[in-house]
Design a protein. Sequence first.
Length: 247
Amino acid sequence: MSSHNLTAHAGSDTSSLRARCHVVQKTGKYSDCVGFKDGRMQHWCGRLRYFCKGVIVHLTRSLTELRSVALIFCVLVTLVGFQGVGAETMDRSDNTERQVKAAYLFKFGSYVEWPEGTFSTPDTPLKIGTIDADALADELAQMAVGHSINGRAVTVRKFRREDAITDINVLFIGHSSATRLADILAMVKGRPVLTVTESENALALGSMINLIIVEGKVRFEVAPKPAVLSISARLLAAAHKVLLGVS
């Protein structure tokens, strides 16, 4: 074959290959991408398609879990097993403070032992109620997705001022006046309900755990009530203050 014919033949093959691969770009049909003898181009294009589909599926699944992972990251950063927990290092923006408080509230349940018979079955969820704290309840609800406390699923319920507070294991009460706080705490007094607050002098009014701000960081103080609930010594050791003998 002359050099002229050889060049023409190669040019023809190249044009053909480009034309066929142009079809691939427009149709996505890798079976149209041919050009090598014995079908090697088809083989590798098919493998590439299979690989890309797998990557896309993996990324899609990962993205759906990203928000839940990001939320629970707050728990991991601020409450790593309550071992050596001292001061939080996050800024006190409204959102961050709420997230840290929600993380504390979520984690507290892991360090409390409820009386026998509190949960009717091993699958009974741990129920957290909130009042005067709807935004924090929303944070909690997102943290609870796909996570558990001591092997139990977690549910979150918002109470209104006129609601009777029943069927819960943990109750968080948002900022309240002393009179209102005392009235709410009286509704659950003597019941196996872990009460958590964020108000001044809340422990003296009957709360078990009170979230406070110390030097710009979220901490907590505890007033154990062993006749009602058993609170882990590890949690007490991490507290900013422990008040004993408070009724």
